[in-house]
Ligand binder design. Structure first.
Ligand code: LLP
Length: 414
């Protein structure tokens, strides 16, 4: 559920008409609803309240400071995958004791920074990484708290590019070898084994893969216990899908009701790493029609937002609903909504029936809050869009539109 609705014929973000936002901040524009962000966070909080838990928002989905502070104020932690994300999380006031650090390629500098800041744990993805973390920790005369990321070999039945928990993927270590790796970790002097981590993929719309993979991990935790390794933190990853089109993904409460019976009574703190399900439907992308042009069997609607701003349609053939900001009775026509970039793959939506769009119309691209701005680029030397937060009747800039100077910043002039 989100707070983007048509009222009196015009799309509103909470109480604010979308056209007012476009006028104030220009287009293309990312617009977030604070009430939606809070609502989604609280849904997780309530769903998992019966077990000790930490909700670690996956920063990769959206790392704007205002969004991080919104979750931070509600008690949220962070799932990070780089030194940059670590610094963003800390800057937003997130408690380091609620930060978990995943990713297959942590560098020495990043490890050092995370140790210095005393994060909750490293989610370690390989033996070599484990040895490196041990070495860095030893040089700092400290101990590194770690979980091993295990790969439960479960098919999450999602897009191949965003599924991660199968044997063929680069992530984690195969669950059947986990005991051996844990025994190695246990004997490393500057490593403290505290957890197990798994994450099987993203945009998962069924509960079963979560349940199956959790069962495997719980079994592993029992085996570890029999071998003298006590696990305190069970990090079950993120991955809960959202509705882009007609999907009917489980709610956090559906997920919890199937997972809690397995989790309870294990004396574990559960860590959850949702990204998309917290922010995806809390954001829209507003774009303006520049031109229209008749193609052979459809109208090309050329808008001012492109694949550099929102790459999901291009990269994953992802569907994002597109609606005109102003409801209209114009005849519906078949359209491709395309950007200004010089690539055939530059589209936001294909084959969409829209009330005949005209120049200067505003279109809203939905479900753009996750992996939207964070995956944007400056391709074709396009400054990245502004980002705006709406809170009831109030709205404010949370990231300025880039300028030409931002584009050339850091470039040498020789
Ligand atoms: N934890 C780990 C270790 C992850 O790798 C991810 C996402 C998450 C949590 C958060 O997953 P979520 O709750 O958002 O599904 N760019 C792609 C999605 C890539 C997801 C990568 N990992 C997209 O736009 O669909």
């Amino acid at each position: 559920m989100h707070y983007f609705r048509h009222k009196n014929g015009e799309l509103h973000a909470e109480e604010v008409p979308a056209s007012e936002l476009a006028e104030n901040y220009g287009t293309p524009l990312f617009v977030y609803s604070k009430r939606t962000l809070e609502r989604h966070y609280k849904a997780y909080e309530k769903a998992f309240s019966k077990v000790p838990n930490i909700i670690c928002f996956a920063l990769k989905a959206n790392s704007n400071g205002a969004i991080l502070r919104t979750f931070g104020r509600l008690g949220g932690g962070a799932d990070i995958v780089s030194g940059g994300e670590l610094q963003r999380a800390l800057m937003a006031g997130i408690d380091p004791k609620k930060i978990v650090y995943a990713g297959v390629g942590k560098t020495e500098d990043e490890i050092r920074l995370a140790l210095k800041k005393r994060i909750l744990m490293f989610n370690v993805e390989s033996d070599q990484e484990l040895v490196e973390i041990n070495r860095v920790a030893s040089s700092m005369r400290t101990k590194a708290p770690i979980a091993l990321r295990v790969n439960p070999d479960i098919d999450p039945k999602t897009h191949p590019y965003i599924s991660t928990g199968m044997k063929k993927h680069k992530f984690g270590i195969p669950i059947e070898d986990a005991l051996d790796h844990y025994m190695v970790a246990k004997d490393l002097k500057n490593i403290e084994v505290v957890g197990v981590h798994k994450h099987i993929g993203s945009q998962i719309t069924e509960v079963t893969p979560f349940v199956d993979s959790l069962n495997r991990v719980i079994l592993l935790i029992k085996i570890l216990k029999d071998n003298g390794i006590n696990i305190r933190y069970l990090d079950i990853g993120g991955g809960l899908g959202i509705r882009y089109d007609s999907e009917e993904p489980p709610l956090p409460s559906d997920l919890a009701s199937r997972l809690l019976p397995v989790l309870r009574g294990n004396d574990l703190t559960v860590i959850i790493e949702p990204g998309r399900s917290l922010v995806g439907n809390a954001g829209i992308f507003l774009t303006k029609v520049l031109y229209t042009k008749e193609g052979e069997d459809r109208t090309f609607v050329i808008v001012d937002g492109g694949m550099n701003d929102l790459i999901r349609p291009t990269l994953y053939s992802a569907y994002h609903a597109i609606e005109p900001v102003m409801k209209s009775r114009r005849k519906k026509v078949r359209t491709d909504v395309v950007g200004p970039i010089c690539e055939s793959g530059d589209f936001l939506g294909k084959d969409r029936m829209l009330p005949n769009p005209l120049r200067d119309d505003l279109l809203a691209v939905f479900s753009a809050g996750a992996y939207g701005f964070t995956m944007s680029s400056n391709y074709n030397s396009r400054p990245r869009p502004a980002e705006v937060m709406v809170d009831g009747k109030d709205h404010y800039l949370i990231r300025k539109r880039e300028t030409f100077n931002d584009l050339i910043k850091g470039e040498a002039d020789r």
